[in-house]
Write a protein that binds this ligand. Structure first.
Ligand SMILES: Cc1ncc(COP(=O)(O)O)c(C=O)c1O
Length: 355
C-alpha cells in the first residue's frame, strides 16, 4: 500500500479556487476541486499516477474515445463524518464495478491499490473541499478513456485515467413524475447497460428530453423487447414497496448494479423486510396502484440515496402516491444509510473507508 502512495507525485496548485464556492448554496458539478489524479496507460501498463492542478487536457482530434466511445466512469461520494474525519463510501465496490465497465469496453483493468490510493491521496490533499454541512458530500468522478490518436475503428492502445471531485449539497427530494417509456430504450439485454460507459448516457438524453417536454421529470425504462418489464428510473435503480415487501427488478445486462441499490437491499433485509429481486411488470405496478397494495416507489442512486416517486403515468392514467411519512421504508432506510456514512451508527458492513 505505502509503495504506490510514496510514488504518486503531487504538483500543488499555485492558487486554490475554493474561495469561489458558496458552501451554503452548493450548485452540483459547478466547482471542481483544485487537483485531479492523472495516469496514462501505454506500452501495456499503467504508468505511475500523479496528482496535478485541475485544468484542461491537451488531446488529439483523432483521440479514439471521441469517435468510438471507449470511455467509462464512476460516480461516488466522500462524506464529512460527525467527528470531522472523511469517509469514502464503499470504494471497493465502486472499484469492482469500474472493472466490469472496463472489461465490457475492452479497456485495461485498473489495479485496486492504484484506485484506492489515488482516491485517498487526492481527497486528503483537497480535504477542504469536503463540505461540512449535514447531507452534503464530495462527489468523486473517476474516468477512463481511450486517448490514442488514430482514425480507424479499433480498440485503443493508450488510455488516460483521471479522478476529479466536486462538492455536492443536500439533495432536494421533490417527488418525481414519471412516464413509462414504451418506445425508446436506454439499453438492451446483451448491450452495455450494466456498464457505466459514456454512450449509455448520451443515448438516454433524447427520450429523457422528450419526456421533460411532455411534463415529466424522468423516464421509467422498460425492457427492449416488449416494454412490459421495468428496468430502471432515469439514472437510478428503482424500488417499490408492494404488500409490505421491497420489490426491485433483478439485475441483468440491461441494469446497472447500483451501489445504493445493494446497500438498501442489505439494510432492508436487516430491518426485517422481505426482499424480492425479480422481474417487475408495468401491469403489476398498475394493479398495485389500483388495489392500493403499492405503497411506495423510489429511485436509488448515489446522488439522492432515495428519490421519491410521486406520480407514474401508465396507459394514459396518472397514478399518484401520497408523500412518504417518517415511518415509510424509504425514509427509514435513507436515515440508516446516512447514519452509517456520517459515523453516528456502527459500520457493521465495513462500507466506510476512512481517511
Ligand atoms: C444508469 C444508472 N443506474 C443506476 C445508478 C445508481 O447507481 P449507484 O447507486 O451506484 O449510484 C446510476 C448512477 O450511478 C446510473 O447511472
Amino acid at each position: 500500500m505505502t509503495t504506490l502512495t510514496a510514488t504518486i507525485s503531487i504538483e500543488r496548485t499555485k492558487k486554490s479556487r475554493i474561495g469561489e464556492v458558496d458552501f451554503k448554496n452548493i450548485e452540483f458539478g459547478k466547482h471542481i476541486a483544485d487537483h485531479m489524479v492523472m495516469a496514462e496507460y501505454s506500452d501495456g501498463q499503467w504508468q505511475t499516477p500523479s496528482i496535478v492542478p485541475f485544468g484542461d487536457l491537451r488531446m488529439s482530434p483523432a483521440m479514439l474515445a471521441l469517435h468510438y466511445g471507449q470511455s467509462i466512469f464512476e460516480g461516488m461520494k466522500a462524506f464529512r463524518m460527525k467527528d470531522g474525519r472523511i469517509n469514502i463510501f464503499r470504494p471497493l465496490r465502486h472499484h469492482a464495478r469500474l472493472q466490469k465497465s472496463l472489461e465490457r469496453m475492452c479497456m485495461p483493468a485498473i489495479p485496486e491499490d492504484m484506485f484506492i490510493q489515488t482516491l485517498h491521496s487526492l481527497i486528503e490533499l483537497d480535504s477542504q473541499w469536503v463540505p461540512q454541512s449535514e447531507g452534503s458530500s464530495l462527489y468523486i468522478r473517476p474516468l477512463v478513456f481511450a486517448s490514442e490518436s488514430r482514425l480507424g475503428v479499433k480498440v485503443a492502445d493508450k488510455y488516460t485515467y483521471l479522478v476529479m471531485t466536486s462538492p455536492a449539497g443536500t439533495y432536494l427530494n421533490k417527488p418525481f413524475k414519471l412516464k413509462v417509456e414504451d418506445k425508446y430504450v436506454r439499453t438492451a439485454e446483451g448491450g452495455p447497460g450494466f456498464a457505466k460507459c459514456a454512450g449509455n448516457y448520451g443515448g438516454a438524453f433524447y427520450p429523457s428530453q422528450l419526456a421533460r417536454s411532455q411534463g415529466f421529470d424522468q423516464v421509467l425504462w422498460t425492457d427492449h423487447k416488449e416494454h412490459k418489464y421495468i428496468d430502471e428510473v432515469g439514472m437510478m435503480n428503482v424500488m417499490f414497496v408492494i404488500n409490505g415487501k421491497l420489490v426491485t427488478p433483478a439485475l441483468s445486462s440491461a441494469i446497472l448494479d447500483g451501489i445504493t441499490r445493494d446497500s438498501i437491499l442489505r439494510l432492508g433485509r436487516d430491518m426485517g423486510m422481505t426482499i424480492e429481486e425479480r422481474r417487475v411488470s408495468v401491469a403489476e405496478i398498475e394493479e398495485g396502484f389500483r388495489k392500493g397494495t403499492l405503497t411506495e416507489a423510489f429511485g436509488a442512486g448515489t446522488a439522492a440515496v432515495v428519490a421519491t416517486i410521486g406520480v407514474i403515468h401508465i396507459n394514459g392514467t396518472d397514478y399518484t402516491l401520497s408523500s412518504p411519512g417518517p415511518e415509510a421504508f424509504q425514509n427509514k432506510v435513507r436515515d440508516r444509510l446516512n447514519n452509517i456514512r456520517n459515523g453516528t451508527a456502527p459500520d457493521v458492513y465495513s462500507w466506510n473507508y476512512i481517511i
